[in-house]
Write a protein of this length. Structure first.
Length: 343
DNA sequence: TATCTTATCT
DNA sequence: TAGATAAGAT
């Protein structure tokens, strides 16, 4: 099946003209138009499993934005829902995907895009046969948004032996995207820390300064944790390296050791280990080192912690950039990729 | 109660 | 390994 033929599509739009255009485009399907959102829901209830796909406008009279999407997903989480709107803002698109939509179409609809919708049916069928969805997004039309619903299914967590079993309270139908910390996001993260100062670098402040739609405090907290760990490990390693061979950096795979002359790097490794105990200290040392690195290398490369892949050639969306096809960590052979190993 | 931090999970 | 999340700490 490589066309819309045979695909059972329900289109919901309160704009009659828009609906007629969609109808014309989708005439090869068992297409049912439906103006009223409640009518659409009733239709879906009475014809459970009769539709392969729902295309719905975001904004409709008498109903809140995304309300129909949420209701549909509550009733039938398997049904792919495609949102459409004249709104072409990236924030709205991200919000739609976050709410659980499979795809976002901007109006006026284009036949070329509609003709690719048969893929949703294939994806859905594959999900059913495999029994999981977590890999699907990597191959579907929303490749960078990794479905977290399967993760929500976990209800047992090891908790330091205190409360072994805990029910997950959150609605498992809510789909959250995975935030990929690409060079754009990480640069904004560093920029935020520079502006507010490392002593005030807490998730809330960083998030506020970053001002990235869709990014949450939890996302920032998670990244901050990794970043702190990286700085700590780096500082400790550098200190021990200085003690060991008196050349600053013992590990040749380290970013700084590759790019910074040992005597230059060692200038910042004179702090006794007893004083090297805070994020602020680690950060200042790291930032100083980066300054020297940038001064030493005319081409200022983005500054990143280890294992954060930089896709210099790809368009930056800010979050959820598609890393498909770049391989797993350790495979970064592409010239446009910079990847660092720490241990 | 809100937020941060840490440990643990996927 | 990266990012999400649970839960204790502040």
């Amino acid at each position: 099946m490589e066309s819309l033929e045979g695909l059972r599509v329900l289109v919901v739009d309160d704009d009659v003209v828009s609906l007629k255009i969609a109808g014309k485009m989708l005439r090869s399907c068992k297409y049912i138009e439906c103006i009223d959102a409640n009518e659409a829901l009733n239709l879906l209830r009475s014809h459970l499993n009769c539709f392969d796909l729902v295309i719905t406008d975001i904004t409709m009279t008498g109903i809140n934005d995304f309300q129909l999407l949420e209701s549909i997903l509550q009733e039938n989480n398997d049904l792919p829902v495609v949102m459409m709107s004249v709104d072409d803002k990236i924030e709205t698109m991200i919000k739609s995907i976050q709410k659980g939509a499979y795809f976002y179409l901007t109006k006026p609809l284009k036949m070329e895009l509609l003709m690719t919708l048969w893929q949703f049916v294939m994806v859905k069928n594959r999900e059913k046969s495999i029994g999981r969805r977590d890999n699907i997004s990597q191959n579907s039309m929303t490749p960078s948004l990794i479905d977290q619903s399967s993760r929500k299914g976990k209800n047992i967590m090891k908790t330091h032996g205190k409360q072994p079993i805990k029910e997950n309270k959150k609605n498992s139908k809510e789909i959250k995207p995975v935030v990929v910390w690409d060079s754009y996001l990480h640069d904004k993260f560093i920029e935020a820390i520079q502006i507010i100062g490392p002593h005030r670098a807490v998730p809330k402040n960083i998030l506020e300064k970053m001002n990235v739609p869709g990014l949450t405090r939890e996302n920032v907290a998670s990244h901050l944790q990794k970043f702190r760990l990286y700085l700590k490990k780096r500082m400790e390693k550098n200190f021990h390296g200085t003690l060991g061979d008196n050349h600053g950096f013992s590990n040749p795979t380290q970013f700084v050791s590759m790019e910074t002359p040992p005597q230059m790097a060692q200038q910042h490794m004179t702090t006794p280990i007893t004083q090297v105990n805070s994020f602020e200290t680690y950060y200042e040392s790291w930032a100083k080192n980066q300054q020297m690195f940038n001064a030493h290398n005319s081409s200022s490369l983005p500054v990143v912690p280890p294992n954060i892949r930089i896709e210099l050639s790809q368009p930056v969306i800010g979050m959820n950039c598609n890393h498909m096809g770049t391989g797993n960590a350790g495979e970064g052979n592409n010239q446009s990729d910079i990847e660092m190993e720490d241990d």
